[in-house]
Design a binder for this molecule. Sequence first.
Ligand code: ATP
Ligand code: BTN
Length: 351
Amino acid sequence: MRYRLFYIPMTDLSFDVLRRLADGEFHSGATLARTLGVSRGTVWNAVRAIDAAGLSVYKVRGRGYRLAEPISLLDHATVAAHAGAYSQRWAIELLDAVDSTNTLLMQRAAHGAPSGTVIAAECQRDGRGRMGRPWHAGVGGALTFSALWRFDLGAGALGGLSLAAGVALIRALKKLGTDEARLKWPNDVVWRGQKLAGMLIEMQGDALGPSTVVIGIGVNVRLSNAVKSRIDQPAADLEAACGRTLDRSAVLGTVLAQLAIVLDRFAEDGFAPMREEWQRYHVHQGRSVAVKLPTGRVERGLALGVGDDGALLFQTGEAVRRLHSGEISLRGSDPAKTPRAQKARRVRSRA
Ligand code: ATP
Ligand code: BTN
């Protein structure tokens, strides 16, 4: 029998039960209750929360509970193995549930957390995208983490940093097995027109320095239908892009290695040495785009590329303007054909 229930928050106990169910084998309610020192009813509630978080749990009388598919939870040793020598550059904390890894790491930064602190979470209660938009992620299938880096540079010199982080992510995804991931300005990763990953960069500091940056990255490693249905634009996952199953800890280690390389280079030379590489992966390079400005006005033009400071070089008629990311959204030029419009149409026609 399968149970599908409404949202029930994952508690510490739900994660304890999930760790035992992660192998995809049957575990009896009585054994779980005994080993965890709780009642069978409490185990049942924990199972309901796991199911509500989007992981299918089967219950078979006489055998107990089993996940529909085994999952691997985040694991320090696997992250370190994939980060290789660069794992020494990071102090990694793996947590079960947080509101947002970015929010928590920004607070830690304000209290003096050192450069290289990383927080990754199995689950975010309030994952954030740009401009107050939500970031959706399912337990066991998403990689959600934030990395703190301190620069001597002033905030004014960090313009291209979010694009540099995009280069790190693309390099990592390439190492993991996809050549088709592309960058969408300022810092989305798309695969075949669908969003695969997003980045939220937040900064503290003065114009003249030093400054502190929190780089939040969300990667869909395996996207369940339940999560996909909550996203209002086409989304894809890395397993589809790579054509194989992936371990989220391996993905995290691989990304952290590339991030350390890119952040070191950025501290020395800024974004300029990575600009050409960024443009090679730019999904709209040389193409018509529609840009939604902070005023809400939409302008059409040509995306010529990016500047050394990370600005989008946007041509309208004879003029080339430099747009800075702030509150700007970019889409392919025919709004009716944008992924978001297509998805909205699909949702409307289902309703
Ligand atoms: P732009 O940066 O051009 O405004 P965007 O529409 O992707 O692009 P963002 O603020 O970058 O907006 O990202 C937040 C958006 O990402 C959400 O509004 C939602 O459409 C989408 N989203 C949320 N969760 C996921 C996810 N797991 N996978 C893919 N997309 C997601
Ligand atoms: C976007 O596409 O707008 C950015 C999405 C960023 C999501 C990541 S998940 C880890 C970190 N914590 C958050 O709350 N957001 C970022």
